[in-house]
Design a protein around this ligand. Structure first.
Ligand SMILES: Nc1ncnc2c1ncn2[C@@H]1O[C@H](COP(=O)(O)OP(=O)(O)O)[C@@H](O)[C@H]1O
Ligand SMILES: [Mg+2]
Length: 237
């Protein structure tokens, strides 16, 4: 097995407050892993830490065996990590196509632009139909597809998806989750970050539970789906 991501005992502070405590997470190449946590648990802070936005004063983060703990975000993206940010953060006044172009900023991705656009269009045909449309006028589900497409334009090996289902209807969420399986077949390793757990766990191999900045439980998705505490706290059962 190739270790894609290895986060070892990181502590993260924002201002005076410690947000993540001695947090460790591993993701193997080809896996789909879910990080589950309630609002305010520290999920986005974790995503931003992997991306190099926050640097831990202690602990390490390695990507494909390379220490990236102190690297700036642009270098980490260049190595093959990308993210679909919480709330999507599209360039709403730009077209679908222009948003995709914006995602292809690492030099290697730039030269493969046309090919990557075709790849994204094959995954999300609706984006091809709407390529000249202004992003802000797309439906919520289409905007989420565009956010995923933009993240794919940097040709990531590891994709972090921060609350894919946020603000989307159950039907659309299900549709979006269908693309998770496609991405996995395309060889992209996925880390799903969610509050709403049932779908995420059903589409992943393993999961971690984050509670007020600490990993309190981990296991296969099957185990977590069957866990009494998880069912009550995260699955609404
Ligand atoms: N810019 C910031 N400065 C200080 N604390 C922050 C900042 N942003 C978020 N936090 C705090 O960090 C904690 C985790 O936030 P966040 O990572 O956004 O959680 P989640 O994504 O799980 O909802 C929360 O208690 C939040 O109030
Ligand atoms: Mg968040």
């Amino acid at each position: 097995m190739t270790r894609m991501l290895e986060v070892m005992g990181i502590n993260i502070f924002r201002g005076q407050a410690q947000i993540l405590w001695d947090l460790s997470i591993q993701v193997e190449k080809g896996e789909v892993v879910t990080l589950l946590g309630a609002n305010g648990a520290g999920k986005t802070t974790f995503v931003e830490s992997v991306l190099g936005v926050h640097h831990p004063p202690s602990g390490t983060i390695a990507f494909l065996g390379k220490d990236i703990t102190r690297r700036p975000p642009f270098q980490i993206t260049r190595l093959g990590v990308s993210c679909v940010p919480e709330g999507r953060r599209l360039f709403k006044d730009m077209t679908v196509y222009e948003n995709l172009e914006m995602g292809a900023y690492p030099p290697g991705a730039r030269t493969a632009l046309a090919e990557s656009v075709q790849w994204v269009f094959s995954l999300f045909p609706v984006l091809d139909q709407r390529k000249t449309q202004i992003a802000g006028t797309l439906s919520g589900g289409e905007q989420q597809m565009l956010a995923i497409g933009r993240a794919l334009m940097s040709k990531p090996q590891l994709l972090l998806m921060d609350e894919l289902s946020l603000g989307l209807s159950p039907k659309i969420t299900k549709e979006i989750y269908g693309t998770i399986d496609k991405l996995r077949r395309e060889g992209v390793t996925l880390l799903l970050i969610e509050q709403n757990a049932t779908l995420a766990l059903r589409h992943s191999d393993r999961g971690y539970i984050l509670e007020t900045g600490r990993i309190t439980l981990q296991g296969t998705s099957q185990e977590l789906l069957g866990n009494e505490h998880i069912r009550k706290a995260y699955l609404g059962m």
